[in-house]
Design a binder for this molecule. Structure first.
Ligand code: ADP
Ligand code: MG
Length: 610
């Protein structure tokens, strides 16, 4: 700490010393923004035309690359590339206005352009380059680091793809920050002692809702939900349908774009006015707010349903919520505000421009992370959206990091070998909520080799899972006596839709009872096999310790249990396992005796004593 710090009057001392330059970037599906923090607060940086929003659109031609507004007029524009980040072709179900090829890079399909094949990561990098250049010009300095926002539910692959794009754009990523966290930071909610915050983000094509817990300046994302196919575009479509119904016009393909833009304009007017006059072709009519609200209320209901689910996921009541933050252009609609306000029974935080709020929060965070700290030590926590675990015997999944655990996190669990002399262990990393491997999502497989040969169950293999602040998962397996280890960093090549995450969680609720029964059966089977294996191996070595009758009864027990194993009856298997275990007690004791005798043979007592 400096004993004496000299500064100009009215200027913060921190600013007069070597100040670092950082940017906050909201890399959006439709639009992107860049912002920077200044002593007077964070500001969105405009381009030379004074525009804040850079359309997230790129167009490649033979010798130049157009980005943003400039690309919007090109016939060959690539839009919504965010939806392709970290995804395999089989994950991409929505319609695209450009062509994906069979060629892949990093598990992502490549896009056909006039300038050759481009990966979604490269396209994203072009958007980042333009935003960074805008920032660099405004600050008139090199950029030391950036914070880029991503949806809270982005998985490891999607986050890694975003980081790769930043690397191509030659940017130093201080951190990826989840969008809801950024919005909460913009409202300064970190200054509050504690609270439970809802971030309601309704954009053009997507809806995200997050519930965050904050305590003494620490944020924690408790639960996320939403719908990747619900947004303002659906409001537009509702108006389009109404126009079609009223006008009885047979809509031609080439009129769709025109009607869509008419509908959107009408929607924007209804944000301010009670009625709007709509003209389309030769038809004209008046749409009232009242009627418009009837059209969109079912859509708003869907957002509230997702809010209810998020509350339930976090085991909270509406009365536990202390703040509701509105994000995304569609939250400008008074009907959306009214419905959300009455659902949560409190006034909304909506005074910051809903388009800017995420970028502004990112800028504040970037400024702190780059080292320009004020009095503020903000620690941000995010959440792991689906459970992470490992395959165990019987094709069961052992969860190591449960879903909705705050990240970064590291957890370890010990496993052991199943067979005598086993030197290799296969590790299969899985994601999901179900009990069986086949119902979860496979992330990676690797092997731990060189385990010293030991009897089954003697080796201790510690499997550690670590998820870093950016959601990247590293898994390490280490045999404790020899220290041999093996590890993997998981970059799953296929991403997940928020919808699929939701579907996986719902399935786990629906199948819970069935899964529990199945798990018990599998566990009993594994235990039975373990006993059979152990007794057979003991018999192979020491059968002479038993008399004929004893041997016969043990063999009888073995075959009864093997028979029971075919039954799929958990109780029966357990019963016969216990019986066989009981039968083998004398045998085990005799083997122990005999081993001790062998060990002592030819040794004097004093020697043995040591
Ligand atoms: P995204 O996050 O999908 O990029 P935005 O957050 O930029 O989307 O929101 C875009 C949506 O917000 C569009 O559907 C647009 O019509 C809607 N929108 C913007 N301004 C208004 C307004 N004044 N009233 C109603 N909807 C609006
Ligand atoms: Mg948005």
């Amino acid at each position: 700490m400096a004993l004496l710090s000299i500064s100009e009057p009215g200027q913060s001392p921190r600013r007069s010393h070597a100040n670092k330059h950082a940017l906050g970037i909201d890399l959006g599906t439709t639009n992107s923004l860049v912002a920077s923090a200044s002593p007077d607060g964070p500001k969105v940086i405009t381009n030379e035309d004074g525009c804040e929003l850079l359309p997230s659109v790129v167009a490649y031609s033979k010798n130049k690359i157009l980005v943003g507004q400039l690309a919007l007029n090109s016939a060959e524009q690539i839009s919504s590339v965010k939806r392709l980040m970290g995804r395999g072709s089989s994950d991409i179900k929505h319609k695209l206005s450009y062509t994906l090829t069979n060629a892949e890079s990093g598990g992502m399909p490549l896009i056909e352009t006039s300038a050759g094949l481009k990966s979604p990561v490269e396209v994203s990098a072009e958007i980042l380059k333009v935003l960074a250049a805008q920032g660099k010009q405004y600050l008139n300095a090199e950029i030391d680091g950036v914070v880029i926002t991503v949806p809270a539910y982005f998985d490891e692959a999607q986050r890694q793809a975003t980081k790769d794009a930043a690397r191509i754009a030659d940017l130093n990523v201080l951190r990826l920050l989840s969008e809801p966290t950024a919005a909460a930071v913009a409202y300064g909610l970190d200054k509050k002692l504690e609270g439970n915050v809802i971030i309601f983000d309704l954009g053009g094509g997507t809806f995200d809702v997050s519930l965050m817990r904050l305590e003494k300046g620490v944020f924690e994302v408790l639960a996320t939900g939403g719908d990747t196919a619900l947004g303002g575009d659906d409001f537009d479509r509702a108006i389009m349908h109404w126009v079609q119904e009223q006008s009885q016009i047979e809509l031609q393909q080439e009129q769709i774009a025109e009607l869509s833009s008419i509908a959107r304009n009408a929607k924007h007017v209804l944000t301010e006015e009670q009625t709007v006059e709509i003209k389309f072709s030769a038809w004209s009519g008046v749409l009232s707010r009242e009627h418009y609200y009837q059209l969109i209320d079912p859509l708003i209901q869907q957002t509230l349903k997702a809010c209810r689910r998020v509350l339930r996921d976090a085991s909270m009541e509406i009365s536990d919520i202390t703040d509701v933050v509105m994000v995304g252009g569609s939250t400008r609609s008074p009907r959306v505000q009214e419905k959300v306000e009455s659902f949560f029974q409190r006034s909304l935080l909506n005074e910051i421009d809903p388009d800017q709020v995420v970028a502004l929060g990112a800028a504040i965070q970037a400024d702190i992370l780059v080292g320009n700290k004020y009095d503020n030590d903000l620690l941000l926590l995010d959440v792991n959206p689906l459970s992470l675990g490992i395959e165990t015997m019987g094709s069961l999944v052992e969860k190591i990091i449960p879903r909705n655990t705050t990240i970064p996190v590291s957890r370890a669990q010990d496993f052991t070998t199943f067979k005598d002399g086993q030197t290799v262990m296969s590790l299969h990393v899985l994601q999901g909520e179900r009990e069986l491997v086949e119902d979860c999502r496979s992330l990676a497989k690797f092997e731990l080799c060189g385990i010293p040969p030991m009897v089954a169950g003697a080796a201790v293999i510690r499997v550690s899972f670590q998820v870093d602040a950016d959601g990247l998962l590293s898994v390490e397996a280490e045999e404790q006596s020899s220290g041999v280890k093996s590890s993997i960093v998981v970059k799953p090549s296929f991403g997940l839709e928020e919808k699929e995450i939701e579907a996986m969680i719902l399935a786990s609720h629906r199948e819970a009872e069935h899964d529990r029964d199945l798990r018990r059966l599998k566990e009993n089977e594994v235990e039975a096999l373990r006993i059979i294996e152990a007794i057979k191996s003991a018999l192979a070595q020491d059968a002479e310790l038993l008399d004929e009758a004893e041997l016969k009864s043990l063999q009888q027990g073995l075959s009864t249990l093997e028979e029971a194993l075919k039954s799929d009856d958990a109780d029966l298997i357990q019963q016969h396992s216990e019986a066989l275990n009981e039968l083998s007690v004398t045998f085990a004791a005799r083997r122990m005796d005999s081993q001790i005798k062998t060990a002592f043979k030819g040794k004097k007592l004093e020697e043995v004593d040591r």
